[in-house]
Design a protein around this ligand. Structure first.
Ligand code: PEP
Ligand code: MN
Length: 264
């Protein structure tokens, strides 16, 4: 069902209020790895509004390698974020880690993000197939393109066609970067599926200085959007500061992304 053999026309997602993903647009989604404080959320929203970005990313349930690391503010943080984001006219994408969180989060998100550690959580995918909300599935840490497409098939087959995919880098033998951003996956996915394809250069390379060139490469490769991490003080971020842009870097990236997209 997610194959272009089945549906030639490309899918686009309408999140309302003029926010569309796909359909020739370039979607920019930016925000911190984790939602931390009200002040942080407001500063991020101000930064996005100033630059005409309509979707804010951020985690409230965080999949951390260590159980002792910051694990997120939970649904209370999401409610605070939602109140401020609605006032600013900004949409919310946030990771759902388990089935029980779908109902808790439902009224406060515009897009459910399935993280790389949950790409093959088939119960979660089945349940997301039954909600009336957009879903973005990230590629598994060691997942193949085919496995990502099968994960999308779960959601689509269960009835939810508001779906997009995200290349976020895969684990390889290379140690010079956090993950290996698979730019190859972007044109391949665009050929194989009618779903929008998003690139996550922050997790894809994991090093702040290189997020920009990887993001630009993804746009040239045909991505429908870019999702990346930004924070008012990356060095103080509760998670993933090493790959997080400050607002100046973020603003520069937004300008470059839009310029490049016009040329595509
Ligand atoms: C994130 O987006 O902060 C995240 C945890 O991403 P991934 O699932 O790709 O590791
Ligand atoms: Mn992160």
């Amino acid at each position: 069902l997610v194959s272009r053999k089945w549906k030639v026309q490309r899918t686009h997602l309408d999140l309302g209020d003029g926010v569309v993903i796909g359909n020739g647009t370039l979607s920019i989604m930016a925000g911190p790895c984790s939602i931390e404080t009200e002040a942080q959320v407001q500063q991020t929203l101000d930064h996005l509004v100033k630059n005409g970005v309509r979707i804010m990313r951020g985690g409230v349930f965080k999949p951390r390698s260590s159980p002792y690391a910051f694990r997120g503010l939970g649904v209370d943080g999401l409610k605070m974020w939602h109140t401020l984001a609605r006032k600013a006219g900004i949409k919310i994408i946030s990771e759902v880690m388990q089935v029980s969180q779908i109902a808790e989060m439902h009224d406060y998100v515009d897009v459910f993000q399935v993280g790389a550690r949950n790409t093959q959580n088939f119960n979660l995918l089945d349940e997301l197939g039954r909600v009336d909300k957009a879903v973005m599935i990230k590629r598994g840490i060691s997942g193949t393109i085919e496995e990502l497409l099968y994960s999308a098939e779960y959601v689509f087959a269960a009835g939810n066609e508001k779906l997009m995919l995200c290349e976020r880098g895969i684990r390889t033998y290379e140690k010079a970067s956090r993950n290996t951003m698979d730019i190859n996956a972007i044109p391949i996915l665009k050929e194989k599926t009618h779903l929008p394809v998003i690139a996550d250069p922050s997790h894809g390379i994991g090093i702040r200085e290189y997020v920009e060139p990887v993001a630009l490469a993804a746009v040239i490769a045909g991505a429908d959007g870019v999702i990346y991490e930004t924070h008012q003080k990356p060095e103080e971020a509760a998670s993933d500061g090493q790959q997080t842009l400050d607002f100046k870097e973020s603003e520069r990236l937004i300008h470059k992304l839009r310029k490049l997209h016009e040329l595509r």
